[in-house]
Design a binder for this molecule. Structure first.
Ligand code: NSS
Length: 432
């Protein structure tokens, strides 16, 4: 039985070593005396060469029939050659075609709608594969970070009975004849869990029936959320910037190949490895926009366009704080120093990406919170369990949510969110 090696490991072998690899035909060229195959596996690509005089005739014949995307097992001898991708090629001694591929429907240059219909095949591309690997590494680093900080990982429900972030983006589910919803955020469940675990986090899907179809909105996205008892807004902002700077730093160190395949200018990420990140208030943000000739007034919400213009002012992520209360969610605490303003923060990523994190200190007083729920016209009964948390040992607390795909858009240098998740749910498609 042959020992299989990854294409990456083959590149570390000495000239003349024997190796067996398996993967899929990525490129193919027949030059008569020689057939070149580039094979790809999860670790990268490797050039295989079948040449007359070295490779047995029947193996050369098989190499001729190895169509693009066929799965193959190849045996050969390592040769160092500057012209080969990665500087190494394998001179074939044997080849098995395991699964012959029909004419592959992606050849390059196809339109986006066509490609989305065959997403299940498109996800094999080198760029997208680099993104899945980057994503995996980011998930690992997030977990590492929270472990270091003493946060407990918890598992909130996906089926819920009320809105966290307003009714407009709720997905309704028929729950045995009753109305239920897909979760918009784990926040309220995390808040319930801090009364025993104090510091908790989770990484789970969130669902938003967004009205706006933009390049940064999904209907289903992965949400990294954390909540901490005793923590005030400032401490939570420090946690968020540490998390982002740590993750960016570790990705730059451990994912340079992925970032290179993605064509990311890694230099641009360097400044973001250092904290603190700049902090501006909502009012300052409005003034910057006005100075830049944008038509906005104090009290307006900041949309994607305004955010993009603000990102021109910074080369790292930056916080916007102290939004007018009515612009933000009902559960946010009012700043006693600045009545009418929320102890809330957004973190915006540079290079045009915009908001990647939303967080706040939470209102921890029963009466105040109840009044807020009523003022917004929500049904108090739906939120009774949430209000209860303020009746039994209430505690100051804060938390945040980071949109994983938004974060990957920035780090991976993608200008559309669909490039950051294998099967994106956006526009009106749920296929494949
Ligand atoms: O609505 S958020 O701003 N805030 C919350 O959901 C809080 N309840 C989180 C918390 O404090 N635990 O969403 C948080 C982030 C936001 O900054 C985006 O990065 C991301 O979630 N987000 C999205 N990403 C992709 N697609 C959509 N539709 C989307 N909506 C929010």
């Amino acid at each position: 039985m042959a020992e299989y090696m990854s294409t990456r490991d083959v590149k570390r072998l000495e000239e003349g070593s024997k190796a067996t690899v398996r993967g899929w035909v990525y490129r193919w060229r027949d030059l008569g005396k020689r057939v070149f195959i580039v094979v790809r596996d999860s670790e990268g690509i490797l050039q295989l060469v079948a040449s007359k005089g070295f490779t047995p005739e029947d193996v050369i014949e098989k190499a001729r029939r190895a169509s693009i995307e066929s799965s193959i097992i190849a045996e050969g001898v390592v040769r160092r050659d500057r012209r080969a991708p990665g500087g190494v090629e394998l001179r074939l001694t044997n080849l098995e075609i395991v699964g012959h591929a029909e004419d592959f429907p992606i050849k390059g240059g196809e339109g986006i709608d066509y490609l989305l219909d065959i997403r299940h095949l498109w996800i094999r591309s080198r760029k997208l594969t680099a993104m899945w690997r980057l994503r995996h590494k980011a998930f690992e680093i997030f977990r590492e970070f929270f472990k270091k900080r003493g946060y407990w990982e918890v598992s909130p429900p996906m089926l819920t009975q009320a809105a966290v972030e307003g009714g407009a983006t709720l997905f309704e589910v028929n729950f045995f004849g009753k109305k239920a919803y897909l979760t918009q955020s784990a926040q309220f469940y995390l808040e319930a869990l801090i009364f025993s675990l104090e510091r908790v986090w989770t990484l789970a899907p969130s669902f938003r029936a967004e009205r706006s179809r933009t390049r940064r909105h999904l209907y289903e996205y992965w949400h990294l959320e954390a909540e901490a008892a005793w923590e005030r807004m400032d401490g939570m902002m420090r946690l968020v910037e540490d998390l982002v700077a740590y993750t960016v730093g570790r990705l730059v160190e451990t994912a340079h190949e992925e970032l290179e395949v993605l064509g990311r200018n890694v230099e641009a990420l360097e400044p973001s490895r250092k904290t603190p990140y700049p902090r501006i208030t909502y009012e300052e943000a409005i003034n910057i926009l006005k100075r830049k000739g944008v038509k906005v007034e104090y009290g307006d919400d900041l949309g994607a366009d305004e955010e993009r213009i603000l990102t021109e002012e910074f080369e790292t992520p930056f916080f916007i704080t102290h939004f007018p209360l009515e612009l933000k969610s009902f559960y946010m605490k009012e700043d006693p120093q600045r009545p009418g303003h929320a102890l809330a923060f957004d973190l915006l990523a540079p290079e045009g990406v915009g908001e990647i994190v939303g967080g706040s200190e939470r209102e921890d007083n029963y009466e105040v919170l109840r009044k807020r729920i009523e003022e917004r016209g929500y049904n108090v009964d739906d939120y009774q369990w949430y209000l209860d948390l303020r009746r039994y040992g209430s505690v100051p607390h804060s938390g945040f949510g980071l949109g994983v795909e938004r974060f990957l858009m920035w780090v991976g240098g993608r200008d559309h969110i669909r490039d950051t998740i294998p099967f994106p749910r956006f526009r009106d498609r749920i296929y494949p």
